[in-house]
Write a protein that binds this ligand. Structure first.
Ligand code: HEC
Length: 649
């Protein structure tokens, strides 16, 4: 069978399964084939959604099966939806949800019937967090030194804290102090400021007292998806507008809108729509510097690159800068500047594609425009010395059959002028070869998986380090337009990484989490590396851990790291898809301890369940660790915030 020229869904999914079953990942096959196995990839009986004789099953066949029964890239396999909270699936189908275009025109009852079909139950009402409100009003939120106020805990992306009491000698004494159940499902990391925790999940952005977990305030997101929150201290900024409180909470949502709330009360200060494209979204939290809020722009057009009826694509990643005091747009840049043009229609079945990007397995859109894509899904980092903001980007969507032009772009903090851009994609021939070997749709394989890490080599020399989904780590020279200083292959790479979310660093080394959950060999899956920042040489690498999922998934248990690292003193906290957080020594990579988060917890506000640990899960302030379990998960989502401290403290 010739790869990439077969547009019949069942054949495609079989070739995909042939590829992935070599690895540990077993996906649900299309349920319509004659040689269909009795069990799907999740170990469930194929109680055939496709052939079931109900209105909900008909809706599924009509609107969902094309993608969710032929899962490639980020599409969650149908069977995996069963492991999602019904509320999350419901939310995804409602206005503003990721899948809302697919549910357009359906009634609420029809949507609920689909949710029940896929998850086995109707969505519960998301719990109103205000029921657990603090008995007395806590003091106003004032940002303190050492607070973890943004996704990375700093502007440069180090994800590092030195905590005198918390180190290689004491991590095995960490004890769970309390847990909190997100009102819906967990969406992203906890940020911490002024003894208050800020979290985003289905339904609400919530502020909790760091001492007891009582609710300071809860802000309803009204169906919008918010994944992470940034806290900005306002003092020290020119306050000509006067009225701002001491600290402000900022977040973006899936309508391309940034919101600012008073961090103490949760009252709305302003909202600013920075991107009006129908499919635009803000996936990562903003970065605040010097009174300006820098916002990464991405889109949810990605799933529609598989949709034959969608005129794809026109959404473009970029960066917007808005005033912290007013939300006024100061500047905005799209990463792709070429004008949108009509592109060649989808190739007919059986015809070879002519360009670098192979065509999609099941056809893709009939009518196409571009170039588009180059989303920025990860937080922006700031180079205060050079006055630049760095964005790492995903690929162009690929209908142009040209490799995406950008990987890392530097914009001037003040006016948004592009200082330089650097492509880290392989040349056309190499790309074509790699993509056909890997049977990926090659739309995302060479995307940047991490934020840019700004790392000092010496007093006057920095390197910019970035990890890719294709399994590379590159270092760029910020003083020479991002010239590549070194490149190190660290893993096989894959549509889910390779290297995902964020690296971490201390003064001596760069730490690299390996996902490789869909690698054909599995030889590096879940390993952790330390690299020398000056040369890129591998200092050590840990062996892949034995997957240990504490849930009923006999076959699809993968201990890849689809998550950012956090370095605490001389230890690295790494997070895994088998539900574990494993802790390693920075010196030699030996494992010090591990925490199984995929459990049921008696939380301060009821019952919480842990799941896969994904995204940006671990934050630390003083000697308290905050772990979000179950966010951004595919197989086993959860809703647990876990607070760990050393015993006896
Ligand atoms: C054209 C392809 C396509 C179709 C059709 C489609 N989906 Fe999806 N779906 C995707 C992709 C891709 C993702 C992953 C999106 C992402 O990661 O941003 C996804 C994600 C989801 C998710 C998870 C959302 C989340 O919050 O992470 C749910 C639930 C879902 N789909 C349900 C459905 C249902 C129900 C239907 C039918 C009404 C449907 N999808 C139709 C491609 C599709």
């Amino acid at each position: 069978m010739t790869k990439y020229t077969v547009h019949h869904a069942t054949n495609w999914s079989r070739s995909l399964i042939a590829a992935v079953s070599l690895a540990v990942l077993a996906l649900a096959p299309a349920a319509s084939g004659q040689d269909e196995p009795l069990m799907d990839g999740m170990g469930n009986l194929n109680t055939d959604v496709l052939n079931a004789d109900s209105p909900a099953a008909a809706l599924y066949r009509e609107r969902c099966a094309e993608c969710h029964d032929n899962p490639v890239g980020r599409v969650p396999p149908r069977a995996s939806l069963r492991y999602r909270p019904a509320e999350g699936v419901y939310q995804a189908l409602l206005a503003g949800g990721t899948m809302s275009p697919m549910a357009e025109g359906l009634t609420d009852d029809e949507i609920k019937s689909l949710v029940k079909l896929l998850t086995g139950r109707e969505p519960a009402k998301i719990k109103d967090p205000i029921a657990d409100r603090c008995a007395s009003t806590p003091p106003p939120v004032v940002v303190r030194d050492g607070d973890w106020t943004s996704t990375h805990g700093d502007l440069q992306g180090h994800r590092f804290r030195k905590v005198p009491t918390l180190n290689a000698g004491s991590v095995n004494r960490l004890q769970l102090q309390w847990a909190y159940a997100y009102p819906g499902s967990a969406a992203g990391p906890v940020t911490v400021a002024g003894n208050t925790l800020f979290l985003a999940g289905t339904g609400y952005v919530v502020a909790l007292s760091a001492d007891s977990g009582c609710v300071r305030w809860a802000y309803p997101t009204n169906g919008r998806i918010v994944r992470a929150v940034t806290v900005a201290a306002v003092s020290g900024v020119d306050t000509q507008e006067g009225a701002l409180p001491a600290s402000v909470v900022l977040f973006g949502d899936d309508s391309g809108t940034v919101s600012a709330l008073d961090a103490s009360s949760g009252d709305k200060l302003w909202q600013s729509n920075v991107e009006s494209h129908m499919q635009a979204r803000i996936t990562a939290a903003p970065t605040v510097y010097n009174g300006v809020v820098y916002v990464p722009i991405s889109s949810m057009e990605d799933p529609l690159t598989h949709d034959s009826n969608y005129f794809c694509c026109s959404a473009r990643g970029g960066v917007a800068a808005v005033a912290l005091h007013t939300g006024e747009l100061l500047w905005k840049q799209q990463h792709i500047t070429a004008p949108l043009a009509l592109l060649k229609p989808a190739p007919q079945e059986g015809t070879a594609t002519d360009g670098a990007a192979p065509d999609f397995g099941h056809g893709g859109p009939q009518f196409r425009q571009g170039p588009a894509g180059a989303s920025t899904y990860t937080p922006l980092t700031i180079d205060t010395w050079r006055g630049l903001v760095y964005a790492s980007t995903a690929e162009e969507y690929g209908f142009t059959h040209l490799p995406g032009p950008y990987s890392v772009i530097a914009y001037d903090l003040k006016n948004g002028e592009r200082a330089w851009q650097r492509s880290l994609l392989p040349d056309t021939a190499q790309r074509k070869r790699i993509c056909s070997e890997r049977e990926t749709d090659c739309r995302n394989f060479f995307s940047m998986g991490t934020s840019v890490l700004v790392h000092p080599l010496s007093a006057d020399k920095d390197v910019l380090v970035v990890g890719t989904k294709s399994g590379m780590v590159h270092a760029l020279d910020p003083d020479h337009d991002g010239r590549v200083l070194w490149s190190t292959r660290v893993s096989d790479g894959g549509d889910l990484g390779g290297v995902m979310y964020a690296l971490a660093a201390d003064a001596e080394k760069i730490y690299v989490p390996i996902s490789d959950v869909d690698s054909p060999t599995g030889r590096y899956t879940g390993s952790l590396l330390a690299l020398d920042p000056a040369s890129g040489a591998i200092v050590w690498r840990t062996p892949p851990p034995e997957p240990a999922c504490n849930w009923d998934s006999s076959r699809r248990c993968i201990a890849g790291q689809v998550a950012a690292l956090t370095v605490v003193s001389d230890t690295v906290f790494a997070s895994f898809w088998d539900g574990y957080v494993r802790v390693y020594a920075t010196g030699d990579g030996r494992q010090l301890t591990e925490i199984d988060t995929a459990r049921q917890y008696q939380a301060v506000n009821g019952s919480a369940s842990g799941g896969q640990v994904s995204g940006y899960p671990v934050t630390v302030v003083d000697d308290a660790l905050y772990i979000t379990s179950g966010a951004s998960s595919i197989v086993k989502p959860g809703n647990a915030l876990l607070v760990y401290t050393l015993d006896g403290e």
